[in-house]
Design a protein around this ligand. Structure first.
Ligand code: CTP
Length: 212
């Protein structure tokens, strides 16, 4: 991958409710960090845009931390024109509170707290509009109709490759060091991989980028 510039996103996003609370998801960032490290080891120049994770910053990559979906959206848009490949493995939050309270929200007895959430920007959908030569890889976390739902995302988001995983299978995927995924390219070639470490999945993904 020497000569390739690869932009990778990883981890969850945090959407603040008030100064001490936020909405997030269980993404560990391990998949995106594995892609960043595998691409670096194969000679690529790697930029890693990461939401908050507990992982150490990998050596030898250009690291850009962020918290909110809108911040990740801005960083990806800034870096995208200069990259050859975008791997969008971040678990971007789909909803953010309509309003961030300045002070900590107080309990009011047993009165329910009703939150109004608004959809966040879809980073992939936005950035593919700027696509010139870039090869774009998306992920699909599905709990039903894995292949069909992933194919819809591949076409709707104008991706070159999608990595789909079934989040209903216990013990793999989120937080785990391994995953069971299916790779689907834009020609609808479907490749079901066996249970593999995230580093091995990263190499399969990068092989598919090189083969295209
Ligand atoms: N994604 C994104 N911006 C968002 C949400 C998702 O760029 N606001 C990207 C993810 O990084 C992933 C792909 O879109 O590569 C699919 O994400 P997923 O959560 O599976 O799908 P959604 O498009 O959010 O659809 P849904 O949650 O309804 O299945």
């Amino acid at each position: 991958l020497s000569g390739f510039r690869i932009l990778v996103t990883a981890g969850p996003t945090h959407e603040a409710l008030d100064p001490v609370r936020y909405i997030t998801n269980p993404s560990s960032g391990k998949m995106g960090y594995a892609v960043a490290c595998a691409a670096r080891d194969r000679g690529a120049a790697v930029t890693l845009v990461s939401g908050p994770t507990r992982l150490p910053v990998p050596d030898g990559v250009h690291f850009m931390p962020c918290r909110k979906a809108i911040e990740m959206n801005d960083l990806v848009h800034r870096q995208f024109p200069d990259c050859d490949v975008l791997v969008m493995s971040a678990a971007v939050g789909d909803f953010a509170p309509m309003q961030i309270e300045k002070e900590k929200i107080k309990k009011k007895g047993s009165t329910p707290l009703v939150l109004e959430l608004v959809p966040t920007e879809d980073i992939l959908q936005n950035v593919v509009k700027l696509k010139t030569r870039q090869f774009v890889v998306g992920f699909a976390a599905e709990s039903e109709n894995l292949t069909q739902s992933a194919l819809e995302k591949l076409h709707n988001k104008k991706l070159d490759l999608i990595v789909a995983n079934d989040i209903s299978t216990p013990g793999i995927g989120f937080q785990s060091d391994s995953n069971l995924v299916t790779l689907i390219n834009k020609h609808e070639k479907v490749e079901k991989l066996p249970l593999l470490s995230k580093i091995e999945i990263a190499h399969h993904l990068l092989n598919e980028v090189l083969a295209s």
